[in-house]
Design a protein around this ligand. Structure first.
Ligand SMILES: [Ca+2]
Ligand SMILES: [Ca+2]
Ligand SMILES: [Ca+2]
Ligand SMILES: [Ca+2]
Length: 344
């Protein structure tokens, strides 16, 4: 079955929702990582420093904790608080067996040990090939002075889905180039492709303030009712709608602290936000065999996709609309998504 998304020449751009906050590289040791020396140290790229690594993602910095072993870092990933919180919210459910979660993002590092056995290649809409490996092109595609600053985003997001739903299969669909940008046309094409190729849940840790005509068309044509779409509300710290999250048939996700007591300082809010889950200091995989801690509604979105995968594997008879209602009811937190709660 092939679906042709009508090309509307919609060049409005969507972005990966990386935050301009710190990312902490947890470990540079043993087999989990490549040697620091392998990193490109050109300005604006990952910069090797004496005490670890700096990632030139806006105000983002990453550094290694030399005292941490690989096994300790992996245990931190597997037992992190945010995942336990999602476990508690999910109750007694399966681990996502038989469910396909499409991660529409920058692609992944297929050799990352934390993703071993959990990912399948979908399609690469950046290169137009069947290998959606996350790759840098060495160019500053969005002219912000940073080169390939979203490299690793899809690897991180995929690993957060896997942390919550370890038995789900993650379908990797590459749509964002390594600066974290994609035309709306391409994102829409990828969304339709994922549904046509068996995705039950589609994770979109990306967005744009512009409501593109091509995304509106997908909604009108009913595509968004054929799978569960989960999208990030954004890291604007404001009541600023982000699409596709703000579309009615897409679950919009904002971020809280580990305990769902406060909204995260960077997280978007408003009546249009459906659910709120942890999104501070999430621990996940980073391209290059690394493990990092990262803030953002991107990771929160991945937690929700994992949660939905577990619920669907427990009750496969749920259709996407039922699943959407169930997830929103389970994870809604009006006190955290509305404008009256400020993190302080
Ligand atoms: Ca490729
Ligand atoms: Ca680039
Ligand atoms: Ca850039
Ligand atoms: Ca929505």
């Amino acid at each position: 079955m092939t679906r042709l998304v009508k090309r509307l020449n919609d060049q409005s751009r969507l972005r990966a929702l990386r935050t301009l906050t710190r990312a902490v590289l947890l470990v540079v040791a043993a087999s989990l990582v490549v040697p620091v020396a392998n990193f490109d140290s050109s300005p604006g790229d990952n910069i090797a420093t004496a005490d670890g690594l700096s990632f030139a993602w806006g105000l983002t910095f990453a550094w290694a904790d030399p005292a941490m072993t690989e096994s300790a870092a992996v245990a931190m990933y597997e037992n992190q608080e945010a995942v336990e919180v999602m476990d508690d919210l999910a109750g007694k459910v399966d681990d996502g067996d038989g469910i396909v979660v499409a991660v529409i993002d920058t692609g992944v590092d297929f050799s990352h040990p934390l993703l071993d056995g959990r990912i399948v290649a979908g399609w690469d809409f950046v290169d137009g090939d069947n290998d959606p490996t996350d790759e840098r092109d060495g160019l500053d595609g969005d002219n912000d002075g940073l080169v390939d600053e979203a490299y690793g985003h899809g690897t991180f997001v995929s690993s957060i889905v896997a942390a919550v739903a370890p038995d789900a299969q993650i379908m990797v669909v590459r749509v964002l180039e390594a600066d974290g940008i994609a035309d709306a046309d391409r994102v829409a094409e990828a969304m339709a492709w994922a549904v046509d190729h068996g995705a039950d849940i589609v994770n979109l840790s990306l967005g744009s303030e512009a409501r593109s005509s091509v995304l509106r068309r997908l909604s009108r044509d009913g595509l968004l009712d054929e799978a569960l779409f989960v999208a990030a509300a954004g890291n604007t710290a404001a009541d600023t709608k982000s699409y596709p999250a703000a579309a009615d048939d897409v679950i919009s996700v904002t971020a809280t602290d580990d305990h769902r007591k406060h909204r995260a300082w960077f997280a978007a809010y408003g009546d249009w936000v459906d659910v709120a889950v942890p999104g501070e200091d999430l621990i996940g995989a980073m391209a290059g065999g690394l493990l990092i801690s990262w803030d953002g509604t991107s990771g929160a979105t991945a937690l929700v996709s994992g949660f939905a995968a577990r619920e669907l594997s427990t009750d496969p008879s749920l259709d996407p609309k039922d699943l959407r209602r169930f997830v929103v009811r389970s994870l809604a937190a009006p006190g955290l998504t509305g404008s009256h709660d400020r993190h302080d």
